[in-house]
Structures are given as structure tokens and as C-alpha cells.
Design a protein around this ligand. Structure first.
Ligand code: ATP
Ligand code: MG
Length: 137
């Protein structure tokens, strides 16, 4: 069964909406496989988002993702990668569809409440970034 890495970003933790994000994913029928709370260093955030290293917002993104605790989690289900991307909505919350997680809980294009893997290849990098085999249950 397909798996994806979801992160409740620092703004979602600060807004106390981690439970709402989890509830929504449960309501969609996905299975929670792993979950933890961590605080990344700037360097660790940079490693996680290494595919964006040449983008103009990379520094800002690393600062934001290391600005407070985050809640990474692994979710499992049919077509979960694409479906979670839909449920999250557009990167910019102001452009995200009504009812999406970013529309509901995001602040701006940088601080957009939630991350979701964008492909099986990304998930294969992102899941072991946070979780070891025995944590994936
Ligand atoms: P994510 O990878 O976090 O799920 P995404 O796939 O929708 O988001 P990406 O293009 O992969 O969007 O960008 C990664 C993250 O970088 C975004 O979620 C956002 O936090 C930040 N970001 C993207 N574009 C901008 C921008 N123009 N200005 C500031 N931050 C940005
Ligand atoms: Mg992305």
C-alpha cells in the first residue's frame, strides 16, 4: 500500500491545529503509520528540502522549518500521495480551494501549515529521513 510523508509545519503547531490535520486524514480513511514531534536545525531543514536548494526562497524555507517544533507523520492508503496533495490544496493558501488544509490553516505561501510528499520518489527519501523501520507500524 502506498505511503506518504506529511508534516504539520511550525505554524500549524503554533496554531494548535495538529489534531485537526490528523482528524481530517483519518476521516479521509487513511491509516496513520508513524508520528513524532521534532525540532529541526537549519541544516537539517536544508537537507530535507535539498531539492529546492537553488530556489530563491530556500533560505527563508529553512529558517521557517527550523523555527519551531514540527510533527512529521507517515500515512498509508490507496493513492495517498496524490490524494493528500489535493486535501492540502495549493502551495499558496490564498489560492487554495475552499476546505483544503492550507486554506483552513495556512498563513501565506511560505507558512502553509502542511507538507506532503509529491511523488513516490520523494516519499522514499522523506519517510526514512524521519523514521526508522521499527517506527513504521
Ligand atoms: P511542500 O513541499 O512543503 O509540500 P509544495 O510541494 O506545495 O509544498 P514546493 O514548491 O515544494 O511546494 O515548495 C516547498 C515549500 O517552500 C512550500 O510549501 C513553502 O513552504 C515554501 N515556498 C514555496 N514557494 C515559496 C515562495 N514563493 N516564497 C516563500 N516560500 C515558498
Ligand atoms: Mg513540495
Amino acid at each position: 500500500m502506498e505511503r506518504t510523508l506529511v508534516i504539520a509545519k511550525p505554524d500549524a503547531v503554533r496554531k494548535n491545529v495538529v489534531g485537526k490535520i490528523i482528524s481530517r486524514l483519518e476521516d479521509e480513511g487513511f491509516k496513520l503509520v508513524a508520528l513524532k514531534k521534532v525540532k529541526l536545525t537549519n541544516e537539517q531543514a536544508g537537507q530535507f528540502y535539498i531539492v529546492h536548494k537553488d530556489r530563491p526562497f530556500y533560505g527563508e524555507l529553512c529558517d521557517f522549518m527550523s523555527s519551531g517544533p514540527i510533527v512529521p507523520m507517515v500515512w498509508e492508503g490507496e493513492n495517498v500521495i496524490a490524494r493528500v496533495r489535493e486535501i492540502m490544496g495549493a502551495t499558496d493558501p490564498s489560492k487554495a480551494a475552499e476546505g483544503t488544509l492550507r486554506k483552513l490553516y495556512g498563513t501565506n505561501v511560505g507558512e502553509n501549515a502542511v507538507h506532503g510528499s509529491d511523488s513516490p520518489e520523494s516519499a522514499a527519501y522523506e519517510i526514512p529521513f524521519f523514521f526508522s523501520g521499527i517506527e513504521l507500524v
